[in-house]
Design a protein around this ligand. Structure first.
Ligand code: ADP
Length: 615
């Protein structure tokens, strides 16, 4: 005899709501049902351990997902504790149902403001109605005297419950897949969902498919479980080998490369958190880094790269994090305000900083080897998370123009004699080669900061690293490379000669005796105005709004420059050519010549060779 009942809720009917709002993440129905099956088995194991359930020692616990395309059903079968009819009434029709409707009532506003919900708040059993228009529960409780129970619901507020015919202990959930969701009646699709959401669940999960072969129907059960019930993060760090860490990385992230190193997170108090974070090797230098941090709740996959839980800069890494205590019955905004989440992200940040510090201290050479790969992560992290910066500020490395790696303190100490608290940098080693050489002749080095991230990074360091100023190598020529000797040339005459020959009346010219006599002139560009220019370009402004503040520095120690004033009247043509050439050479060692200037430069070079040959 089947009894009729009514689902008691205030809201009219949550099923259309479930279907509508959760549409974007329909896949999770399988995760919810399979994890209910795993939970039912875990509960039974606990009861057995307490001597309260009569189960054999050789019991093979498993959850089976069974597809029958012809019957249009998906079944989730477990041999866990099972439920009596009263329990179904209590757990499914009262608790689970009111849980789901409470949730929807509470977060209705957010649902309506677009799809801004994390589709994984443990809606539980009722998510089945996202894909099914009829759901049946067949269950037999572990309590041997309780009769089997059967529950049927067709997605309205009405359900039927009565005695069922299930003989063995456990629960079968049968979903009659609706017409709109028939895409789920596909073995590949189901296996894909299982691989994504159930891969590390704690009970073996098997996939089975009813296949119709001519007239016979055969059931094809896969021999191996679809999951790995013992993810590496659950093992004690001291018991894991490097090989295991690497193999786990290859498998989970489908990356053939070995990771550089990893951090095994293992915390019990004040909250539980386990996981492994890997520092991936960048495939090529300028690759934009895109990590993947998979979040689990008791081995149940929740989501990739969940910004609300994992500090944003850590999303550049790869890893798995399992937080059994994560409050999931909540919306995004709730997660953000939750103290637990803040504590968790602090803990992870600290662990990462600790690991980097210990690497630096224990094996500086190894740390330097990793630097190019990990520096984008570290720079980004330092800028995003001040606490992280505070912990790693002393182990930030700078690659110098002579190929060494130095900390900020090491660099400023080494170059103290020339410039207190100043860091010279290059952002293009090739283009700035001439400056680098002149610096090297002076016994000075510059650091290489040549990625896009370095522009904000430089400003960041200036603001936070106690008064250190950064200056690009071409901004300090006259200050840094001047010789002490008295200058004897007629500066004004040189200046007006260049201005008139170049036809650039507003060109800034300074005459300095540079130590390197072979260099005729250089361009000096003020650091401040260059940064303004870079910014205006970054913000898409017209780049003429901040004209470059360039100065042509003529080297009064250079022979050609010295001779110029002597020949400017007697050999006017040659003097003109030389002025132009000096200017072009200075520009070239600073930035590429514009097209017309380049053509002229080549023609002039040929002319000069001709003159030399004729002499
Ligand atoms: P949750 O799993 O988050 O508690 P659900 O809506 O998925 O919420 O399930 C409600 C309750 O129904 C569960 O807590 C459990 O007691 C019971 N239940 C669901 N599925 C099963 C099952 N396969 N075996 C035994 N009990 C189950």
């Amino acid at each position: 005899m089947m009894e009729k009942g009514n689902l008691s809720i205030n809201s009219e009917n949550i099923f259309p709501i479930i279907k509508k709002w959760l549409y974007s993440d329909t896949d999770i129905f399988l995760r919810e049902l399979v994890s209910n099956g795993c939970d039912a088995i875990s509960k039974l194991k606990k009861l057995k351990a307490m001597g309260e359930a009569n189960v054999g020692d050789d019991e093979e616990y498993r959850v089976t997902v069974k597809l029958d395309e012809e019957a249009k059903t998906i079944q989730v079968i477990d041999n866990g504790i099972g439920m009596t009819a009263d329990e179904i009434k209590e757990y499914i029709t009262q608790i689970a149902f009111s849980g789901a409707s409470d949730f929807i009532a509470k977060y209705q506003d957010q649902f309506e403001n677009g799809n801004d919900i994390i589709g994984h708040f443990g809606l539980g059993f009722y998510s089945a109605f996202m894909v099914a228009d009829k759901v049946e529960i067949d269950s037999k409780s572990y309590q041997t005297d309780a009769p089997a129970a059967k529950w049927i619901c067709e997605g309205g507020v009405e359900y039927e419950i009565g005695e069922g015919d299930k003989v063995d202990r456990g629960t079968v959930i049968t979903l009659h897949i609706s017409e709109e969701s028939k895409e789920f009646l596909n073995g590949w699709k189901l296996k894909e969902i299982l691989a994504k959401y159930c891969y590390f669940m704690p009970v073996e999960i098997y996939f089975e498919e009813e296949k119709k072969d001519k007239d016979d129907k055969t059931s094809e059960a896969e021999e191996k479980p679809v999951n790995d019930t013992n993810p590496l993060w659950l093992k004690k760090p001291s018991e894991c080998t490097d090989e295991e860490y690497k193999a786990f990385y290859h498998k989970v992230f489908s990356d053939f490369n070995d990771p550089l190193f990893w951090i095994h997170l293992n915390m019990d108090y004040p909250f539980r958190l386990k996981g492994i974070l890997y520092f991936p090797k960048l495939k090529h230098e300028l690759e934009s880094i895109e990590g993947q941090v998979k979040l689990y709740n008791n081995q149940v996959f929740i989501a990739d790269n969940l910004k609300e839980v994992i500090p944003e800069f850590l999303l550049l890494l790869k890893g798995t994090i399992d937080c059994p205590d994560l409050p999931l019955n909540v919306s995004r905004s709730f997660l953000q305000n939750d103290g637990y989440v803040t504590k968790m992200s602090k803990y992870i940040t600290k662990k990462v900083a600790d690991k980097l510090n210990s690497l630096f201290k224990k094996d500086r050479a190894e740390y330097e080897k990793f630097w190019e790969d990990i520096s984008p992560f570290i720079k980004y992290g330092a800028m995003r998370e001040h606490e992280f910066y505070e912990k790693i500020k002393d182990i930030l490395l700078f690659k110098t123009t002579d190929g060494k790696y130095e900390t900020l303190t090491e660099y400023t100490d080494n170059n103290k004699a020339k410039a207190e608290n100043k860091v010279f940098y290059v952002n293009d080693v090739q283009q700035q080669a001439q400056y680098i050489k002149m610096f090297a002749d002076e016994g000075m080095e510059a650091v290489v900061l040549d990625t896009r991230l370095d522009i904000p990074y430089v400003s960041f360091l200036e603001a936070y690293s106690g008064g250190v100023q950064f200056a690009r190598i071409d901004s300090a020529v006259s200050d840094m490379l001047k010789s002490e000797d008295e200058n004897t040339v007629d500066k004004d005459a040189l200046e007006s000669l260049f201005k008139s020959v170049l036809g650039k009346d507003d060109l800034k010219i300074s005459v300095e005796g540079l130590k390197d006599e072979s260099v005729s002139a250089m361009i000096e560009l003020s650091e401040q105005s260059r940064r303004m220019q870079e910014m205006s370009i970054m913000y898409g402004m017209d780049n003429t709004s901040f004209p470059a503040d360039e100065t042509l520095v003529l080297n009064s120690n250079n022979n050609v420059v010295k001779l110029l004033l002597d020949i400017k009247d007697s050999k006017k043509d040659e003097a003109d050519m030389i002025c132009k050439h000096i200017y072009d050479l200075a520009v070239m060692s600073h930035k590429p010549l514009p097209m017309e200037a380049m053509t002229e430069f080549i023609a002039r070079s040929n002319k000069i060779m001709e003159l030399l040959a004729e002499k």
